[in-house]
Design a protein around this ligand. Structure first.
Ligand SMILES: O=C(O)CCC(=O)C(=O)O
Length: 274
């Protein structure tokens, strides 16, 4: 059964994203924020730098988000029934930092081919113009664009990869309430500015949900079956966590994050601990 409306599906085709989509209540999303802050307090080294990646492999709270049926219903409408969860990232902008995300396309360095995949950006706090919500360049998803590596220290992206000459007046802010999500196409150009408020801005981003037919051509990626089957069997499958910070899960995540760094920095002149 289709969960996205015909208008949402045509928005995705035309603009390259859909937003907003209601997923979690305020109470449900607070559990996720509490989990982040509990991990930060009890395991302070686990959610910094590279540790912002693949937290769904070490925490059942995040695992539940990745396997949420409302999210998967919408994703299925875009990439089909055989869905693999192939990675997650916490995009956190703390108020005292000047963090931003430069204009980029996810597909540029992700190594997934073909482009039958989608990113789900789940708002754990409100995300708006004041705290640095994502900005999309509608209709920019027709082809891969050139990127320059800038390595700006405040840029959250690994190499500070940047698409030059984005027409800012055409870009659109993606404002979300905590508990809502947006979905974006692998080729849409997007970015985000600084958080100018005194609270954190947190997005938990499933990056990405891929169809079983999607291969990884730049390295190794570790997947979970989110829905349907995996007839292509391109990637190793990893178990879903049943407790927070299980030793075996931590080791597996460490390996997944190392391999992810290799993919994202392939051919790069510099490597940062991000
Ligand atoms: O959270 C942000 O500000 C940017 C996230 C992003 O680039 C992405 O989800 O692809």
């Amino acid at each position: 059964m289709s969960s996205l409306t015909p208008e949402q599906l045509s928005q995705y085709q035309r603009d390259g994203y859909i937003s907003p989509i209601d997923i979690f209540s305020a109470e449900e999303v607070k559990i996720v924020r509490d989990e982040i802050e509990s991990i930060e307090k009890n395991w302070p080294s686990e959610l910094i730098g590279v540790g912002r990646n693949n937290v769904h492999m070490i925490s059942p709270v995040f695992d539940e988000v990745v396997h949420n049926s409302k999210i998967l219903d919408a994703v299925e409408d875009l990439i089909g029934r055989d869905i693999l969860a192939a990675g997650t990232t916490l995009f956190i902008k703390d108020p005292e930092k000047k963090s931003f995300v430069s204009w980029h396309q996810d597909a540029k360095y992700q190594g997934f081919k073909p482009h039958n995949f989608v990113t789900a950006w789940v708002a754990i706090t409100d995300s708006n113009k004041d705290n640095g919500c994502m900005l999309m360049w509608p209709g920019s998803h027709s082809e891969i664009k050139d990127h320059n590596d800038t390595f700006d220290e405040n840029n959250i992206l690994t190499r500070g990869q940047t698409v030059p000459n984005v027409p800012i007046h055409e870009t659109v802010p993606i404002e979300l309430k905590a508990g809502q999500m947006s979905l974006h196409h692998p080729l849409i150009v997007h970015g985000s500015g600084e958080n100018k408020t005194n609270d954190r801005r947190i997005g938990f981003v499933i990056q990405s949900y891929i169809g079983s037919n999607v291969d990884q051509v730049a390295g190794e990626v570790y997947v979970q079956q989110a829905r349907g089957e995996d007839p292509f069997k391109y990637h190793p499958h990893v178990p879903r966590p049943t407790e927070t910070m299980n030793k075996d899960d931590l080791e597996l995540r460490h390996k997944a994050n190392e391999d992810l760094q290799e993919i994202l920095y392939k051919g790069s002149k510099e490597i940062r601990n991000l």
